[in-house]
Design a protein around this ligand. Structure first.
Ligand code: NAG
Ligand code: NAG
Ligand code: NAG
Ligand code: NAG
Ligand code: NAG
Length: 508
């Protein structure tokens, strides 16, 4: 008993020495893993979707590994949503619109991709939403628990396998419908947009074109500067209010010194009305960082419920709260009021859960630790975030700790390209639309220039994360209506060209 007490006392002393020394050498908040890329798919399981669009849900048996002949691997059911109501059928070469499912439940993406549902009838097109493996219901090994067990079971969660799933599924489905000659057009937003553009490049015989919305295919290696993402987030706040930007910028040091005070974490827990006692100021910083980054992505001009229920121009609202605080409000109280717009807009939240779970066994974290290495830094001069230089060794250490896996940071550009994309795609590619809104922090890693007559960049000043893929609304601004019209025309052009080419070959 006594030895035990002595031991724990000793441990306490050691721990406090370590903590103190790390505080001395690291005066500001520089959490390492928080710079992992953030895509919105993790929100897909929080929602009770009201199914607005009509579709049938089907399952298709897929090989777990498309790239080996190993016979001891199980197959798994891939879920897909299908609507053939408006399809004009194989005899008239009716088009097939395929949304490349990304990192979440496919029903959530279907509910948030109104554009595809709305244009399909005009094209007489079939609509397909296949789910990405390891997400939603498309789980290998029978359950999420088994699929996410360890690095071995997760090793089939890759973009290449997902694309092969789509290719196998569409080929099989076409055979079932005797629709081999029907043209397939790909759609995708965010990571799904990356998949759509990559699929067009890898499987040109399977899809005639792709609309890749907010697809940061250049956010790898050193193709774009690592500060890009957080600079754009920061600019979205600065353009609303400089004082808001400055308040957020100053808040990190205040947060950090508060956290180091005696009972400081307790006080922060109270100020931010957290459900459970804060373990480190870093966790809180992460939670705030997430809110600002996601706010920048969904900075839509109208109220939306894509990630969270939010007002239109949500950053404007956040800044109003931060700026308009009555006298005497400390900097952290003002920050709290601001982020409450994001986390508690409905007013239904009793206390806040920080469970962002950045180290958890979550599908996107696995992808970020294997292929999707998107270097992210934040600059002292141009961002409102704590200064951080992307550190590959510590990124790698985190991945090893979380999954016992070593990332392959150069694999994506080896497999899909990315360097000197203008020359390369001009030389061989065709029929891709890269659409982006400049308010979206992911736009910085996307293709923003026209590459050729048929590889086109549609860029809007006021757009946010794949806003063009969302359903049309009565209050849509003109630039958005125009963008969707251009997209529809380009897609129609691809289909007409395909029919023309088919006719020519028939005549030969
Ligand atoms: C991962 O889990 C599977 C299934 O339980 C097991 O067969 C395998 O040995 C585990 N691999 C590692 C590296 O732990
Ligand atoms: C095609 O038909 C076969 C036989 O009915 C079925 O097993 C398979 O799942 C179908 N393919 C798709 C993509 O639904
Ligand atoms: C959320 O908002 C409501 C209404 O303004 C408020 O009563 C509640 O205390 C807020 N929750 C938190 C955790 O701040
Ligand atoms: C990067 O991280 C590694 C491992 O965590 C650490 O040893 C190294 O000092 C860091 N480098 C810089 C420049 O901070
Ligand atoms: C690219 O070309 C299209 C016309 O095909 C045009 O509408 C668009 O504005 C151009 N994009 C850029 C970034 O210049």
């Amino acid at each position: 008993m006594a030895t035990n007490k002595l031991l724990s006392l000793l441990l306490l002393i050691i721990v406090s020495i370590i903590t103190t020394s790390s505080v001395v050498s690291q005066p500001s908040i520089t959490p390492s893993f928080r710079r992992a890329p953030r895509f919105p798919g993790k929100f897909s399981h929080n929602h009770n979707f009201k199914q607005q669009y009509r579709y049938e849900t089907r399952y298709f048996s897929q090989r777990l590994d498309h790239f080996s002949f190993s016979s001891d691997l199980p197959s798994f059911p891939q879920r897909y949503l299908i609507n053939t109501e408006h399809w004009v059928g194989p005899s008239r070469l009716g088009p097939i619109f395929l949304y490349c499912g990304n990192e979440g439940d496919i029903e959530w993406f279907a509910a948030n991709t109104g554009f595809v549902w709305e244009i399909a009838p005009k094209f007489g097109a079939m609509v397909l939403f296949p789910e990405h493996r390891y997400y939603g219901e498309s789980m290998p090994y029978g359950s999420r628990e088994e699929a996410y067990k360890n690095g071995t079971t997760l090793s089939f969660l890759t973009a290449e396998q997902a694309l092969a799933d789509f290719a196998v599924l569409i080929t099989d489905l076409k055979r079932n419908f005797s629709a081999e000659a029907c043209p397939v057009v790909l759609f995708g937003g965010s990571y799904g947009g990356m998949l759509a553009s990559w699929m067009r490049l890898k499987y040109p015989h399977i899809a005639i074109g792709a609309l890749a919305s907010s697809a940061p295919i250049l956010q790898f290696e050193d193709i774009v500067p690592p500060e890009t993402f957080y600079n754009i987030v920061s600019n979205s706040f600065r353009r609303e209010s400089t004082t808001c930007f400055n308040t957020i910028k100053e808040s990190w040091d205040v947060l950090n010194s508060e956290g180091q005070k005696h009972n400081g974490l307790q006080q922060l827990t109270k100020t931010f009305r957290l459900c459970r006692e804060l373990r480190s100021a870093e966790d809180l910083a992460n939670w705030l960082d997430s809110a600002y980054s996601f706010l920048a992505m969904v900075n839509y001009p109208y109220p939306s419920e894509f990630l969270m229920p939010l007002p239109g121009h949500p950053i404007r609202e956040v800044c109003r709260k931060i700026d308009d605080s009555p006298d005497g409000g400390g900097i952290l109280e003002r920050i709290f009021k601001g982020v409450s717009v994001y986390y508690n807009y409905t007013g239904n939240v009793d206390c806040f859960q920080l469970d962002d779970d950045p180290h958890g066994m979550n599908g996107w974290n696995w992808q970020a630790c294997t292929e999707m290495i998107m270097p992210m830094s934040s600059s002292h001069d141009t961002s409102m975030f704590p200064t951080y230089d992307f550190n590959y060794s510590s990124y790698q250490d985190d991945c090893w700790k979380a999954f016992r896996v070593m990332p392959m940071p150069r694999w994506i550009t080896t497999e899909f390209g990315g360097h000197d994309i203008k020359t390369i795609l001009k030389m061989f590619g065709s029929n891709i639309i890269f659409s982006n809104g400049l308010l979206d922090p992911w736009s910085g890693g996307s293709v923003l220039q026209n590459i050729s007559d048929s590889i086109v960049a549609l860029v809007t000043e006021e757009g946010a994360h794949h806003v063009d893929l969302r359903a049309a609304l009565p209050g849509d601004p003109d630039w958005l209506i125009e963008q969707r019209t251009t997209e529809t025309k380009l897609i129609d052009g691809w289909i007409q060209n395909y029919y023309l080419a088919k006719k020519t070959t028939f005549n030969i």
